[in-house]
Design a protein around this ligand. Structure first.
Ligand code: DCP
Length: 230
């Protein structure tokens, strides 16, 4: 098994090295992006992982901007989302050192959150316009390369249960309606393909199962995830 594994890793290495491959991992809140990365971190010579800087969002020069956003979205959603947009751009522009770069979410999925906030009047029309102008300018003026999006598709009731179980202080106010709305936007975007721009092919994985089952799925689908859909 070890020998086969080594050969597999060498093959992946050779192929990905030629091109440099970028994978963005998308999905609802608590869809299992962190677990996904835990699995792929074992290919450390091949894969570099760029996780969302949630720690920074919780402590930005001493301010918990994530908490502020949930406490008073009308006041803080624009501030939070403009900072998220900047941190996403930073992740996209980070120089790639390994053949495969994995990124948690993307500047594209930040749109789902902004859209949801706007639909619920938590960002005003003009705030929405300013964020969108920034977004369009970023895409026009930077080369943001994404080769594959992995969509961890989950049921809203499943993610809500995970949010309750992990019990992050900032996320206590999240309701089923909120994760349902984010779910619907992800589905419109990545499944129906009727909303927002998709920069590449999308691999959809059922991510409702528990951890051991998810690891099995990643093991079975790893060459598609690391190489793309061809
Ligand atoms: N968030 C947000 N707007 C964004 C990105 C994130 O409001 N544009 C919020 C939602 C969560 C927190 O930030 O409360 C972390 O978001 P993620 O869903 O991206 O990360 P998770 O930690 O939930 O990922 P997972 O559990 O899938 O590993």
């Amino acid at each position: 098994f070890l020998k086969a594994h080594k050969i597999f890793v060498r093959m992946l290495h050779q192929s990905a090295k030629k091109h440099g491959f970028t994978v963005c991992v998308e999905g609802n809140i608590a869809s299992g992006k962190t677990t996904f990365f835990e699995y792929f971190k074992k290919f450390s010579s091949l894969v570099e992982v760029h996780e969302e800087p949630v720690t920074e969002w919780r402590n930005l020069h001493g301010h918990n901007i994530l908490a502020k956003m949930y406490e008073d979205p009308r006041r803080w959603a624009l501030t939070f989302q403009s900072y998220v947009q900047m941190t996403m751009l930073d992740m996209h522009l980070k120089k790639q050192k390994c053949p495969i770069k994995m990124v948690e979410r993307s500047i594209y999925s930040a749109k789902c959150f902004v859209e949801n906030l706007h639909r619920n009047s938590l960002v005003l029309d003009l705030e929405y316009i300013v964020l969108s102008e920034w977004f369009d300018w970023i895409l026009k003026s930077h080369n943001i390369k994404v080769d594959l999006m992995v969509y961890l598709q989950t049921r809203p009731d499943v993610v809500l249960q995970r949010i309750r179980d992990r019990n992050r202080a900032e996320e206590q106010r999240i309701t089923l309606e909120y994760v349902q709305a984010l779910h619907d936007l992800h589905e419109e975007w990545l499944i129906k393909k009727s909303k927002f721009y998709i920069p590449c092919q999308v691999l959809v994985l059922d991510a409702n199962s528990d951890l051991p089952e998810m690891h099995k799925i990643y093991e079975e689908r790893k060459s598609e995830i690391l190489f793309g859909l061809g």
